[in-house]
Design a protein around this ligand. Structure first.
Ligand code: ADP
Ligand code: MG
Length: 226
């Protein structure tokens, strides 16, 4: 992407949240972004995932200029090319794990049998096939996040955007979710971009960047900071 700028109207002028952010990720790369609360981490993920439009700059994914997409093409892109995982799992409580994972496949005219097969495969990849008929309320927090990851990957996107996916999990469950994300990146070649407050989790990623004062910079290796 090219020097993204994002401003919001505020006070008697504009508030610049991102003041020129550039980032290139390779396929299969794992990137963690850390930064203080309110530094624009979610804003940046939303711009990359086409949920929001920059004030200026462009986002590209492969040969697609994401920021130029509108209407139907934009909806298609969001549904197929990028997956999202949030701090809250956003699963529907009245649907089973398998039904939640299947949701993004329910386009009119879709091949139901093929979709069921994919749901089974994705649940297997996150280690939850035995729990496919459980409802979210019957799953642990870590299991719910794994279902959310399976759902985000159901249409085989090239990019997985995770906004504090371990924020509501205890240390062990958080570490397991991070392990799963890293495994998926290695095994499926999906690029994983994760925002986190947790430096321990972040340090396991291929690259760690810090967002501060509207700019993105490499985080010095832990231990050299002092
Ligand atoms: N829709 C909006 N309108 C105005 N300001 C916003 C909007 N969304 C986010 N902001 C502001 O942008 C800044 C960055 O927010 P955010 O990206 O959520 O930060 P982070 O995820 O790093 O905590 C905050 O100061 C927030 O108040
Ligand atoms: Mg945020």
């Amino acid at each position: 992407m090219d020097t993204l700028i994002k401003q919001y109207p505020g006070g008697d002028g504009v508030v610049t949240v991102l003041g020129g952010v550039s980032l290139i990720a390779e396929p299969g790369e794992t990137l963690a972004i850390v930064g203080p609360s309110g530094s624009g981490k979610s804003t940046l993920l939303n711009l990359i995932g086409s949920l929001d439009q920059p004030t200026s700059g462009t986002v590209r994914l492969g040969d697609v200029e994401v920021t130029a997409l509108r209407g139907r093409a934009l909806a298609q892109f969001r549904a197929k090319r990028v997956g999202f995982v949030f701090q809250d799992h956003h699963l529907l409580p009245q649907l089973t794990a398998a039904e939640n994972v299947a949701l993004p496949t329910l386009a009119p005219g879709a091949d139901r049998r093929e979709a069921r097969e994919r749901v089974r495969e994705r649940l297997g990849q996150v280690g939850l096939q035995p729990r496919q008929d459980a409802f979210p309320g019957q799953l642990s927090g870590g299991e719910r996040q794994r279902v959310a990851i399976a759902r985000a990957l159901i249409n085989s996107p090239g990019l997985l955007l995770c906004d504090e996916p371990t924020g509501n999990l205890d240390r062990d469950m958080g570490a397991q979710v991070v392990s799963l994300l890293l495994e998926l990146a290695a095994a499926q070649g999906v690029t994983v971009l994760m925002v986190t407050h947790n430096l321990e989790h972040a340090s396991r990623f291929g690259r760690v960047l810090q967002l501060q004062d509207g700019r993105l910079s490499p985080l010095p290796p832990l231990g050299e900071a002092a």
